[in-house]
Every structure is written in C-alpha cells, then in structure tokens.
Design a protein. Structure first.
Length: 468
C-alpha cells in the first residue's frame, strides 16, 4: 500500500480529516485537483460545535485571531439606514460550552489555518492531482489521476465537494430539491463608502436583494445578490460593480477591487449512501446545503471528526473494521436533519439560534451507544458531553486529544488500564454515574457499575488500546 488513507479534496472537510488522522499516527495523503487552496470566503460562519472541534484539533487560537463576531444587519431604504436586526437569537451564557455564538472567518483563511496545522503534524497534501478513475477490492482502493499517477490505499474518502468526481465514479445518487429557483452571486470585494460595523442589506431593487458583509479579519466585504429566475449571472468585476451600483446608494467605482466570484442555485441534496466498500463520502460530497443556515461547512467538519477517530481505531488501534459501518449510521441522519434546518432558515421558517449552533446534536440511536442507568438524567449516552469543571479540572481540557475519557462522578471507577479517568462530584448538568466519552466528545456509554462497562467494551471492542 502507498498509504493507509487517501483523502480527495483539500477543503475544510479533507483538511480536518487529515489533521485528525495525522495526530493518530495514521499515514494519510490529501490530494487536490487545484493548484492551491480554495481562494474564496464562501463558508464563513463557524458554529459553536465546530469551534469545539477546532479547540480539540489545536487550531482554536489561530481561528479566534483570524476572525470575529457577526455584525448586526443594517437594512437600507431609499439610500438611508432604516432598521437594524440581529442575525442570531441570543445564546444563554452557560458553562456547557466556551463558545456561544457563531464566529466569522472567511473560508480561505480557515483552510489556510487547517493546512498549516496539518503540515505541522507531518501530514501531506498533493496539489494538481485530479482523480480520473477509481477501483477497489477487498484489500484496498486504487485511484488514478489525470497526471498519470496512480495510488493505492487501504481506504479512500471523497471530500471533493458537491460535484464529487469520486461519488459519481461510485455511482452513488444524490436525492434532493431546489431550495430557491433564483440564481445567486457571491463575491469577495474591496468597497469604499460603507462602515464595517454592520452587515448591509438592500431590498429596494425589483430584481433581487443585495447584501454586503464585512469579512472579519480582512479588508474585504462578501457581496451576495439574488437574480430573477433564468438569469445569467455576470461574474466579472464589471458585473459585480453594476449590481452594487444598481441596488444600493453606492456608485460602481466604490467597488475598487473584486477577487473571487461565483454563482450558484440554492439546493438541498443528500447522498443515498455515505459509503461504498472502502470508500467514504464526507462533506459536500455527501450533502449539499443552502448557505443561509450556515450549516454546510460545519456539518462537513463534523463528518470528518466522526470518521477520523474510527479510521484511526481500525488502522492503528485494533478496533474491528465493523466500527466503520457506524459512520454512515451516525452521520447520515444528522446530515438529513441539518439539511432540513438549512432549508428552513433559507425559507424563513427556522430561526438562527439553538438549532443552528449544533450543540444539541445526538447519537442516542447509534449502535455504539449504551444507556444503562434506570434514571438517566438530562445528560444521556449518545449526547455531546457538555463542558463543566470536575475536581478543579475543566472537562474540555481533559477530553482534548485523540483518546477516550472516563468520568467517574460520585461513583467508584472501574480499574481499566490506560483509560484516562476523572473523578469527583457531578457538576450540572451531569448526575452521578460513570460516563465513557468518545474521542469526538460524545458519550458512548453511561452506567453505575463497572460490570456494565466491561460488558460494553467486550461487545464493541471499544475503547481500543492507546495509540502509539
């Protein structure tokens, strides 16, 4: 084998997975058909759950430094400021998570930070590698590239976007719907004459709205505009200037520079399967969202976070290969739910609030989940393990890293060798009991006696032995 895992696509999904595998000692290669990283701001909103993931992966300081909070929306009428609206419902401050609100970082900058972290961990990226063919057998996957190179790996992951070449090669269909028939423009531009204190929204024009959002951590604005059904969107600098001049009080020359620009039709689609043999789909290759809810990139990062620890456990930890079956079983229902939320936000039936922060997502129905307590309390097996402090230690500090963790809260801990264990009284919202925390921060098992934990580890072969 040339490598253990080939990851096709160097977007947020592929880079996150590469980081997680690198820190587990898994030999992985990220391949990307483009000559470099994606240059645009597209997925600029990082939800609180994704911030927790980035905290664990060691990039949270860079992410915090590179971005900023979302500004309030300012609606203009007849060339004058008319109304301010908050983009998100306010979050109640709690110790449950250190991250309460979405954080704005242009996608190009997020990818740069992830790429730097991957390189720091010894990970590898090969640009100008466009997949031209794929075959697999019971032992591995062979990928062919347009440059004449071929590569053999134990597993492959398609993280190559909504038009995934790998997904099409596997003949996996996408089922979905058009969310909005109106074509959309999105572009990164330098603009004078607008304060960077607000997200400016113009709705006067009959042809569609215009929104101009200051991109945190940069001098750019992200320009978005809708067009009548059937329109052809002009992506040139002149086209962007014309839209800004026609739909706002600004003149065309206020747009001093236009960088990346793209057009799209908002849609929602879900892959019929997330796996074919030794090949997995993740991110936009598996689910395509309207950008309105800020869920696409975030759901994609968490696909990678879910798959990473499972591939690591199978390849280097002695876990059974059947563990990989749970990737689709856990992530596809989540993706389907988040698609519904994204579409609801786009159509105005769902608020940007608790549902879009992704802190309440659960794997309670997963085959990896066991709740053995008669009276579980508010925090149950399958839930994300909330942050709190136990005996002076912050739980997220204890969880950080590619390991499992056992919480022993007013309950005698079982003697399990090499399993990091934290003991103490239960902080809210936890109740007394034993909690086995997966490497991705979800609760795999809860109980009150060591015997039921031993039964769980025997049935699942989890947690696997410590990584080298």
């Amino acid at each position: 084998m040339d490598t253990d895992v080939v990851i096709v696509g160097a977007g947020p999904t592929g880079l996150t997975l590469g980081i997680d595998l690198a820190r587990r000692g898994v030999a992985a290669l990220v391949v990307e058909k483009a000559p470099g990283l994606f240059p645009g701001s597209r997925g600029k909103g990082l939800q609180p759950r994704t911030m927790e993931v980035f905290d664990d992966l060691g990039v949270i300081s860079a992410i915090r430094a590179a971005g900023g909070p979302y500004p309030t929306q300012l609606f203009w009428r007849n060339g004058e400021p008319a109304e301010e609206r908050a983009m998100f419902d306010p979050a109640e401050e709690t110790e449950d998570s250190p991250y309460l609100e979405p954080w704005m970082v242009p996608q190009w900058r997020t990818q740069q930070i992830l790429c730097d972290r991957l390189t720091e961990l010894g990970g590898r990226i090969a640009f100008r590698h466009e997949v031209s063919g794929l075959s697999q057998d019971e032992h591995g996957v062979t990928l062919s590239f347009a440059n004449g190179v071929s590569l053999r790996a134990r597993y492959a992951v398609a993280a190559d976007g909504g038009r995934s070449t790998v997904r099409r090669a596997l003949d996996i269909a996408m089922t979905g719907e058009q969310v909005d028939p109106h074509p959309m423009l999105v572009a990164d531009a330098r603009i004078t004459g607008l304060p960077r204190t607000h997200w400016h929204v113009f709705t006067d024009a009959p042809d569609g709205y215009l929104a101009i959002c200051p991109l945190a951590g940069t001098d750019d604005f992200q320009v978005t505009a809708s067009f009548p059904e059937g329109s052809t969107v002009d992506l040139s600098a002149e086209g962007v200037r014309a839209v800004v001049a026609a739909r706002s009080h600004l003149t065309a020359d206020a747009v001093t520079e236009v960088g990346w620009a793209s057009d799209f039709r908002p849609r929602a689609a879900l892959a019929d399967r997330f796996r074919s043999g030794r090949v997995f789909l993740a991110g936009d290759a598996a689910h395509v969202h309207s950008p309105a809810g800020g869920q696409g990139l975030n759901t994609s990062v968490q696909d990678a976070y879910n798959l990473g620890w499972k591939l690591g456990a199978v390849l280097t930890g002695g876990a059974p290969a059947t563990l990989l079956d749970t990737y689709e079983e856990e992530r596809r229902p989540i993706a389907a739910s988040m698609l519904g939320i994204s579409t609801g936000v786009h159509r105005g039936t769902v608020r940007r609030g608790a549902a879009t922060r992704q802190l309440g997502l659960s794997y309670r129905e997963s085959p990896l989940t066991r709740e053995t307590r008669a009276d579980p309390g508010p925090v149950r097996a399958g839930d994300r393990a909330p942050d709190a402090t136990v005996a002076g230690t912050r739980l997220f500090d204890a969880f950080r890293g590619p390991h499992w963790t056992l919480l022993s809260l007013d309950t005698p801990p079982p003697p399990i060798k090499d399993l990091p264990t934290l003991t103490g009284p239960p902080p809210p919202p936890y109740t007394p009991g034993l909690y086995l925390i997966r490497p991705d921060g979800y609760i795999a098992w809860t109980g009150t006696t060591p015997d039921s934990l031993h039964t769980y580890t025997k049935e699942t072969s989890l947690p696997p032995p410590p990584q080298p």
